[in-house]
Design a protein around this ligand. Structure first.
Ligand code: NAD
Length: 464
């Protein structure tokens, strides 16, 4: 019997890509197999021989050219993202994503890792060099397909590696186009893309075990990240794993509910909550709990939700059925004990309204699990130490936030949170000059800044 997995050198099978706003097929992507992956890795390996030897200035200029290309094609990429991911063109949607990706590419082009002189005296000279690794395998999720691809690809290229990227089967089209645009300004073979449906062909798993891939940079769920780590062991791959989070926000008693409502909303509901470092549970002091809930509900109720292609929409649908069902089930379980203050009733298709649920505690599923969707539990607390303990009572440790008019008090709470980033009076801000990564089960390593760049290199120390 023929295997349904395509193992030919070029794809003969493809799979449908669906617009989550309408349910309509908007395109098809090749369902590649192992032979295609091997071909892509061999191409990247051959390109590495030249690219790794190119000068720093050449690589910098190439990265600048990628940033310019992204700017030039921003409108087209934004439209593709909206069509396959669902997020609106407007607001913190696809135009914002592509703008951020271009800014990230431009910033990464300017980063460098010069030779460090560790010692230079009569005993000798010791130099620390940073060398590219080889072929980097990038595996991306469906929530920010272009932004995360840029986060993976640019530091790899800047440091002299070549890349094979595999996007999520839910959002392959924007990555296919992104890579095509990059290929127009980069030497042949430096970046290639493979796509598959994850059902009949799972190239993410094959990449994690591939002997000619030296590093995997993976953004996705904790469960898949653990699989990547397991299958990377045999070939001793370098790993950067940006995994799930269950970020807590803590509102201190002195915060002004009206002033923080907008920040709280977008901290939790950016990209419909389908953001790794979104605020996924909110602890509010008893003295202002009801006022914060009221201000948050008032802000959320006025946010327009609709088809992302309509200029008036500020939030779109949930991206896929699996995620939609997860959010629905968590809210349904929560309503038994909690009070649904807003939303909670599924709309048509994959639309789910911004939902705010009070009356829950740690131990309730909507609080303990990563919902990755538009439903925020608000938890009442009376003692700040207890709130910090509840925030830390999670296997995850991606981000956290503290909301207060007293910055020193907020800093003191921030220092006690077990997570890779803490924001004060905001949540989820990432920027290209600040390392970002999770602690505990939220990942391994960091992205961005010089620390992120260094993860794409081996250290070689030369003693003379
Ligand atoms: P996912 O883990 O289901 O998929 C991520 C990628 O892994 C996809 O490309 C998928 O095709 C691929 N994959 C599937 N099986 C694989 C395997 N066995 N080996 C290797 N790769 C495999 O995640 P998702 O549903 O696309 O994204 C949502 C999750 O990602 C959430 O948990 C979210 O918190 C997390 N996330 C984290 C960050 C971060 O920076 N920490 C950013 C965005 C998303």
């Amino acid at each position: 019997m023929n295997s349904p997995v395509n193992t030919a050198a070029t794809g003969v099978c493809d799979f449908a890509v669906i617009n989550p706003s309408t349910g309509a097929e908007i395109g098809r992507a090749p369902n590649m197999g192992i032979a295609d992956l091997n071909h892509a890795v061999a191409t990247a390996k051959a390109a590495f021989a030249h690219w790794s030897q190119s000068s720093d200035a050449e690589r910098q200029n190439a990265c600048r050219a990628v940033a310019a290309k992204l700017q030039e094609h921003a409108a087209e990429l934004a439209e593709l993202i909206t069509l396959e991911q669902g997020k609106p063109l407007n607001g913190l949607g696809s135009r914002w994503e592509v703008g951020g990706a271009a800014a990230w590419a431009a910033h990464t082009a300017e980063l460098s890792l010069p030779v460090k002189i560790l010692q230079d005296n009569s005993d000798g000279r010791v130099e620390l060099h940073r060398k590219p690794l080889g072929v980097v395998g990038s595996i991306t999720p469906w929530n920010f397909p272009v932004m995360i691809a840029i986060w993976h690809i640019m530091p790899a290229l800047r440091t002299g590696n070549t890349v094979v990227i595999k996007p999520s089967p839910y959002t392959p089209l924007s990555t296919l186009r992104l890579v095509e645009l990059m290929q127009a300004v980069l030497p042949a073979g430096v970046v290639t893309v493979v796509t598959c449906d994850d059902v009949t062909s799972n190239l993410g798993a094959a990449m994690s075990a591939h002997p000619d891939i030296r590093k995997i940079v993976f953004t996705g769920s904790c469960a898949t990240g653990q699989k990547v780590m397991r299958s990377a062991a045999d070939t001793m791959k370098r790993l950067t794993l940006e995994l799930g989070g269950n970020d807590a926000g803590i509102v201190l008693p002195d915060a002004d509910p009206a002033a923080i409502a907008e920040g709280l909303f977008w901290g939790a509901f950016i990209n419909n909550g389908q953001t790794c470092a979104a605020m996924k549970r909110l602890y509010v002091h008893d003295s202002i709990h009801d006022a914060v809930c009221a201000a948050l509900v008032a802000y959320a109720a006025a946010v327009p939700v609709g088809d992302g292609m309509q200029e008036g929409s500020v939030l779109g649908p949930v991206q896929n059925k699996m995620q939609f069902d997860k959010v629905s089930a968590l809210v349904d379980a929560a309503r038994i004990k909690g009070q649904v203050l807003l939303g909670g009733v599924p709309g048509a298709g994959l639309f789910y309204p911004p939902t705010i649920v009070a009356g829950l505690q740690n131990g309730d599923a909507l609080v303990d699990e990563e919902q990755f969707g538009p439903a925020l539990p608000v938890i009442r607390y009376t003692d700040v130490d207890a709130a910090i303990a509840m925030a830390n009572d999670s296997p995850n440790g991606l981000g956290g936030s503290v909301w207060s008019g007293n910055i020193a008090a907020a800093h003191a709470v921030a220092a006690r949170l077990e997570c890779g980033s803490v924001w004060i009076n905001k949540h989820g801000l990432v920027q290209p000059n600040a390392p970002f990564g999770g602690v505990k089960a939220s990942g391994l390593g960091v992205e961005f800044g010089e620390e992120g760049l260094a993860e794409y290199t081996d250290i070689q120390v030369i003693f003379s």
